[in-house]
Write a protein that binds this ligand. Structure first.
Ligand SMILES: [Zn+2]
Length: 267
């Protein structure tokens, strides 16, 4: 895969309790922005007004309401056509282009180019957008965690996560929720001798004490601290085996055990 490495200017807009809607400044068209997963319209419209920016395109990773719920209202507030690039799913009625794996989203007038990765697991049609050294991965990969399996299987999700973990280490990870602190409590319950995760927890606690976002993370950091990307690690596997009380044949079985452990974990 090739990628455009020019750095993007990305800012979060908070929505609901812990969602992030990401606003990307168009490098080639100052004052125009692309919005990722606008679950709510009002905070996006307020940020556009505050920053005197106009909406140029919408990217949607998956169909859940907290990621697409604001699209109709955002489109209704525009006087020009705004394209909507979305996961290929009829549950996203506003899509103007439906995307699967390894497709390109080229917006030359904005100076933006992304490739898609189909990453089933949280939902079956979930996609991620990758470009300019940034990854917009919705509810597939979180910092120190991953999304719940609402529609996909453990093998689908672990394959999706393996693909994301193979992206360049410097790739900045823009996930859909601020779950990092709770995820790290689980991660350290699994992988308690992980010094990188321990150091990251201190950093995250300082950020959250100041109400600052912990995102973006990077793929390199996630590969060190995220147990769901470390199912091949002996300490992670041993913890999963101890928790499950049975042998786990392969990395997918380790992943499945971790995911069900996390589902019942009181953070
Ligand atoms: Zn979701």
């Amino acid at each position: 895969m090739t990628n455009n490495e020019s750095l993007l200017n990305v800012r979060p807009v908070r929505a609901f309790t812990d969602n992030y809607i990401w606003l990307i400044d168009a490098p080639a068209s100052p004052g125009r922005v692309v919005v990722v997963d606008p679950g709510e319209a009002a905070p996006v419209l307020a940020e556009l007004k505050r920053s005197c920016a106009s909406l140029a395109a919408i990217l949607l990773t998956h169909h859940h309401a907290d990621h697409i719920g604001g699209v109709a209202e955002l489109l209704a507030a525009q006087t020009v056509h705004v394209p909507v690039f979305a996961a290929d799913d009829t549950r996203i009625p506003q899509a103007t282009r439906r995307l699967r794996d390894a497709e390109r989203v080229d917006l030359p007038e904005l100076g933006l180019h992304f490739e898609t990765l189909h990453v089933p697991g949280h939902t079956l049609s979930h996609i991620a957008f990758w470009g300019h050294g940034a990854l917009f991965c919705g509810d597939t990969l979180f910092s120190a965690g991953c999304g719940r399996l609402f529609e996909g299987t453990p093998i689908q999700m672990s394959t999706s996560l393996r693909r994301l973990s193979a992206l360049p280490a410097a790739t900045r990870v823009y996930a859909g929720h601020e779950y990092t602190a709770a995820n790290l409590r689980f991660a350290l319950g699994v992988d308690r001798d992980n010094a990188a995760a321990r150091a990251y927890q201190e950093h995250v606690q300082a950020l959250r004490a100041g109400d600052a976002p912990t995102l973006p993370s990077t793929i390199g950091l996630e590969n060190r601290v995220n147990p769901f990307l470390r199912c091949d690690d002996a300490a992670v596997r041993d913890a999963a085996v101890r928790h499950g009380g049975r042998a786990l044949a392969d990395e997918v079985a380790v992943f499945a055990e971790l995911r069900s452990w996390k589902d019942g974990f009181a953070a």
